[in-house]
Design a protein around this ligand. Structure first.
Ligand code: HEC
Length: 431
């Protein structure tokens, strides 16, 4: 069956010439880009743009000779018999269909069908990464990100190539914002702007800025070779911060989406970002097991917290300006954001996710309970049963009077704070 599908796709494909943008660029981006970046090109060979990948590296052999796959070093290295010299290095050889695709593209003249030969491949790849959202969902998708509208009446929910917007009062679908990445990892809502972090793992990542009213087209604020993981607006909406799979923290203008800064603070994925209440500092949490506080005036790291033993999954400032961080395995620490000294731990459960809001903290844990910690308290004011199966993500409304949970079975639930009284729950899948 698989073989027949392959043969069929090869036959269908051979009807039309190979597209560099749609077929070759995503392949090179996925399999080769990490070792041939502009920053650190192995063999002094860069694959960042079409123009660059046509230029030889240290061997000085032409990587691509249009019309002649045999005289093209790039293609020859894919079939190299010595595993040491073969590309991609230190990996299995590419599947025959992929090698054949590259050879055919070269045989057909190695044509470029994108907008500009100097455009990064990741940007070319973006177009091939976006698909229309399904009209109806065959089954609900796990909920990975939620955000309340500023007035608390609507809830933005992660979907498949889209974000769906729902009425909190009756659980009805208000609108669908399409043209977004396959997976949405984090959402932040300010005014009529919704920022969505996400992408397709190991292929492409972005921060998308959508107009909730659907009046302006979606803007992509960056194109990265790995998905983005966390996104936040500063309280005044002037800035957007994103934690990225390429280990960077990125700052954008909150209104225009223009790139402002790329901060290299971590040695691994940056999972969570949070602005301090006055917007002067940024807190970041990484899979490298550290958290940092950055002064946004000077871009200096003012504090590094290394008290966790496992990768960090989330971070937020508490109401008193101290920092909360959550690590994989469930440890949650509270520490002095100025001095990095730990001054507390949230005990009583293995925490899975948390959100900090205007009235306190909401957590979810492996015991399937949600808890509300008022103000800066460390014992829960209220504990109640979660809705749906495993809760993966939480949100708190701006006024701190509602919280929402999103579960792996697609259930979204809204509760009143501080009492945890259920307001409404529904399965957030267009049907
Ligand atoms: C794990 C890292 C890694 C990956 C992945 C990788 N390469 Fe390489 N590549 C290298 C290194 C290292 C060299 C230098 C060769 C040497 O010194 O042995 C090289 C050299 C090359 C060269 C020769 C450049 C020159 O002129 O000397 C080409 C062409 C090339 N790679 C293409 C590719 C392609 C195409 C892919 C994806 C299918 C790929 N590489 C994936 C590490 C990698």
């Amino acid at each position: 069956m698989i073989l027949r599908a392959l043969l069929l796709s090869t036959c269908l494909a051979s009807a039309a010439p190979v597209s560099f943008q749609r077929e070759v660029a995503p392949l090179l981006q996925r399999r080769c880009a990490t070792c041939h970046s502009a920053e650190n090109p192995k063999g002094r060979y860069q694959l960042e743009t079409f123009a660059r990948l046509m230029k030889a590296g240290q061997s000085e052999l032409p990587p691509v000779t249009p019309g002649k796959p045999v005289q093209s070093e790039l293609a020859a290295l894919l079939r190299e018999s010595s595993a040491q010299d073969r590309m991609p290095q230190k990996a299995e050889a590419l599947p025959e269909v992929e090698i054949a695709l590259i050879e055919r593209w070269i045989a057909e003249g190695a044509r470029f069908d994108g907008a500009s030969k100097d455009q990064p491949l990741v940007e070319l790849v973006r177009d091939s990464m976006l698909r229309p959202a399904p009209a109806k969902y065959a089954r609900p998708l796990p909920i990975t990100a939620l955000a309340f509208s500023p007035d608390g009446t609507r809830l933005a929910v992660s979907g498949y190539y889209e974000v769906t917007i729902w009425n909190v009062s009756d659980g009805s679908l208000v609108t669908r914002l399409g043209g977004l990445p396959e997976r949405i990892t984090s959402l932040a809502w300010h005014g009529s702007r919704l920022a969505a972090a996400g992408g397709s793992p190991v292929q492409w990542g972005t921060v998308a800025l959508a107009d909730v009213a659907g009046l302006a087209p979606v803007k992509f604020l960056c194109d990265l070779p790995e998905t983005t993981l966390g996104v936040a607006f500063s309280a005044d909406g002037a800035r957007i911060a994103a934690g990225c799979g390429d280990r960077t923290v990125r700052l954008f203008d909150g209104a225009t989406g223009a790139s402002r800064r790329v901060l290299k603070l971590h040695a691994d994925w940056v999972q969570g970002v949070a602005f301090s209440a006055d917007g002067s500092h940024l807190l970041t949490a990484s899979r490298d097991r550290t958290a940092r506080v950055v002064d946004l005036k000077s871009d200096e790291v003012t504090t590094s917290y290394t008290g966790h033993e496992t990768p960090l999954v989330a971070a937020a400032f508490a109401l008193d300006g101290q920092a909360w961080t959550l690590a994989r395995g469930g440890a949650m620490h509270r520490w002095d954001a100025g001095r990095a000294t730990r001054n507390g731990e949230l005990k009583g459960a293995d925490w899975a996710a948390f959100r900090a809001g205007a009235t306190g903290l909401v957590t979810t844990a492996s015991d399937h309970k949600l808890r509300f910690f008022a103000g800066n308290e460390r014992t829960p004011k209220t504990t109640w049963e979660a809705a749906g199966d495993v809760v993966q993500t939480l949100a708190i409304s701006a006024d701190g009077k509602r919280c929402a949970s999103g579960a792996a079975d697609g259930t979204v639930a809204v509760f009143a704070l501080p009492d945890g009284k259920p307001v409404r729950s529904w399965v957030a899948a267009p049907r």
